[in-house]
Structures are given as C-alpha cells and as structure tokens.
Design a binder for this molecule. Structure first.
Ligand code: SAH
Length: 377
C-alpha cells in the first residue's frame, strides 16, 4: 500500500508551497462585468460607451490586441488598454495533431507560470479545454498536472482569455471540417476548478454572458470538472447556472479512491455522490461521472458492478477515459476487451456509458496530460 498524500482542502486556498514567487496578474476587462468596466473607463475621464466598444472588440470580434481597435482615438485607446487590456497570455508553443483538428497551446503568464489549453474541432462543434490553476494541489497520482503541485490560482481573465484566444484561432478557419465558432468549454485542463471557486464561477458567467458583456456561449455547453470538493459542489448547485458538472470518480470504493483521488480521504464516495445528485436535482442537469480506465487497478468486473449499483436510476452518464500513462508512471490503460466488459456491465445496470475519445495523445494534449513543466523534456 502506498502512503497517501495529505492535502489541504479549503476552497480558494493555495495548497502546497509555490516553487517560485507566483503573483496574480494585473486587472483585465474580462475580470469585470460591463458596469465594472464602465466604472473604470469613466474613472479615466472617458465616456462610458468606450467600455462597450472595447468589450465588443474583445468578446464580439475576438480582437485581443489594443493596436487593432482602430475605431478608438489613439489617446483613449492607450489609456483604456493600460487599465483594461494587459497582455495576460504569451504563447510559448502551439502544436497541432489529429490532422489539425486538435491544437494545444502553451502559455507563459505574467509571472512566468506556464499553463496549457487545448482546442478540439469536431464536425458539429468546437471545444476548448481550459486551465483554472497553474499546476494543481489535488495530487491524483495518475495525473501529470497533479505531480507538480500547485503554483497559483489563475485570475478570472486568465481563464477567460484562453477561450477567447482559441475562439479567435477557430474563427480564423484554422480547423478544417469544423464550425468556425467556438461552442463548448470544458474545465478539464490544469487545476481543480472548484479550488479556485469564485474566479471560476466569474469566468463561467463571462463566457456565457451575451456579447459584449461576455463570449455568449450556452451555459449548457460549459462543463466544470471536479475531484469532488463537496462544499463547493453544493455551493455551485445554488449559483443558478445550467453548466454540466463532471465528477472525477475513478473508483466506486473508498479504499481505492483514497489512493487515486486523495481528496477522497476528506469526502468519501457516498458523500461526493450525494453532492452530485443534489446538483442534478437542483439544476436538472445530468452529472458526468469520469472514470479513467487503469489496467488491473480499477477495471475489475466487480468494480463495474459496484459502480452500476451506485449510479443506477440516477440522472448521470459515465465517461470512461482510457488512461493516458504519464511519464514514469507504473500504470497503463486497460486492454480494450476489459474496457468493453466494463461498459457492458454498466449498461446492463441501466447506466448510460460512453468511452471518451482521446484527442491529442501524441502532443500530450489529452486528458490529464497537461503538465507545462515537462514541455522541455
Ligand atoms: N481537477 C479536475 C479537472 C482536471 S482533469 C478534475 O480532476 O476533474 C480532467 C479529467 O482528466 C479528470 O477526470 C481527471 O481525473 C482526468 N485525468 C487526469 N489524468 C488522467 C490520465 N493520465 N489519463 C486519463 N484521464 C486523466
């Protein structure tokens, strides 16, 4: 038996000790709602409508560079850009795979922290997978991000800007065979979204507010994925949002989940599932159960049956994710026949189940592979 890492669990609290001095970025318009932006602009002695004008550039036209906002007088533009449009993300590397349908972007933040996002094109939709923290404090042993620990929370605008940047890439027609409009956002990049609760909820509001206040995505097309921070899940259920909640369960029993998702030592399987069903009840939304298929670890028929019993009759859907082995990991993905049997047993229990397609494997852009610190290897 491995010794279990103990992790702090207070939401919004940085966990672990930062490797270097990490600081929050300057304020950006995406941190504020429209009245907040108007207050900043009028405070600069400019007319309030300029706030709407820059917001239309940023959220409506996906223009992030103030120099391209040429309908603003140069003086006003410089003043407003200085207060509301600091550069938050500097692209360090962009790599494509799956014939260009998957693109991973590595960003350097203002303090040198590195984070990643992934853009995925499908025939009927375009999805971005975004990061909510630089690193992660949740210490799941099979996840590349979990190995490095937490550097810091991202600001609301740092979260939103990943989606706006990649929406611009999609709009430029970069993904052949897909719509040019970004439609879906999943919080499945680096970090634990519910450990950065207030900024993530503000980011969801900004991503889903109509332009020019926000990016105008449907709340139903936003998925927030969590290790299972129960108080934050319950709080999210009361936000009045219709976003999809994904719960990274990975084991139906506490003994194994304590190891795979160490936060389970604090909130057990029964408690976390209760919070999931509470979310489903409050929102009417089906909760996704994420389950990485790990060979000979969590893929036994009896675990499929136990999972089936826990989930039967609930408003839920299981996403099985073939494990992406992280460098140096002792674990591997389950063989396909084992995976098929797992699916069969869940479906026999009446539980809707699919196997997630694993985009971007060759560029380490797939689920759980985002680990910016390893890019130089
Ligand atoms: N912290 C959040 C969101 C980030 S990870 C969470 O844990 O839900 C997004 C999903 O990828 C989670 O379900 C996570 O458990 C899964 N994942 C992490 N590492 C993985 C790996 N190596 N192979 C497959 N899935 C992985």
């Amino acid at each position: 038996m491995t010794s279990l890492p103990l992790i702090p669990i207070a939401p919004d609290d940085p966990t672990g000790s930062p490797a270097r001095r990490a600081t929050m970025p300057p304020r950006h318009l995406a941190d504020l709602d429209l009245p907040g932006r108007q207050a900043v602009v009028t405070g600069l002695g400019e007319s309030a409508f300029r706030a709407r004008q820059v917001s239309t550039h940023y959220f409506g036209r996906l223009v992030r560079d103030p120099a391209r906002m040429t309908d603003l007088p140069a003086g006003a533009r410089d003043r407003i850009a200085g207060e509301l449009l600091p550069n938050l993300l500097t692209p360090v590397r962009e790599v494509a795979t799956d014939d260009g349908a998957t693109r991973k972007a590595l960003w350097r933040l203002h303090d040198g922290s590195l984070v990643e996002s992934v853009l995925m094109g499908y025939p009927d939709r375009v999805t971005v997978c975004i990061s909510s923290q630089a690193g992660c404090g949740m210490a799941c042993p099979f996840c590349a991000t979990g190995q490095a620990g937490l550097t810091r929370n991202l600001s609301t605008a740092e979260i939103v800007d990943q989606a706006v940047y990649l929406a611009g890439v999609a709009a430029s027609g970069a993904i052949a065979g897909s719509p040019s409009r970004l439609s879906h956002v999943v919080f499945m990049g680096m970090g634990e979204p519910l450990a950065n609760y207030s900024r993530v909820v503000a980011a969801v509001r900004r991503l889903t507010a109509p332009a020019p206040e926000g990016l105008g995505l449907s709340q139903r097309h936003v998925t927030v994925s969590t290790v299972g921070l129960v108080p934050a899940m319950r709080r999210l259920a009361d936000e009045g949002l219709s976003v999809t909640l994904a719960l990274s369960l990975h084991a139906p029993d506490d003994e194994l989940r304590d190891e795979l998702v160490p936060v389970n030592q604090r909130w057990k399987v029964a408690e976390v599932l209760d919070a999931a069903w509470h979310y489903a009840e409050r929102t009417g939304r089906r909760v996704s159960i994420e389950y990485a298929m790990i060979r000979d670890v969590n893929d036994q028929p009896w675990r499929a049956d136990l999972l089936g019993r826990l989930l039967a009759g609930r408003l839920t859907h299981v996403n099985l994710i073939p494990l992406n082995p992280t460098p140096g990991s002792r674990w591997d993905a389950s063989p396909k026949p084992v995976e098929r049997e797992f699916v069969r047993r869940l479906r026999a229990a009446g539980v809707s189940t699919t196997v997630r397609d694993t985009r971007g494997r060759e560029i380490d852009g797939a689920c759980g592979q985002l680990a910016a610190a390893t890019v130089t290897r």
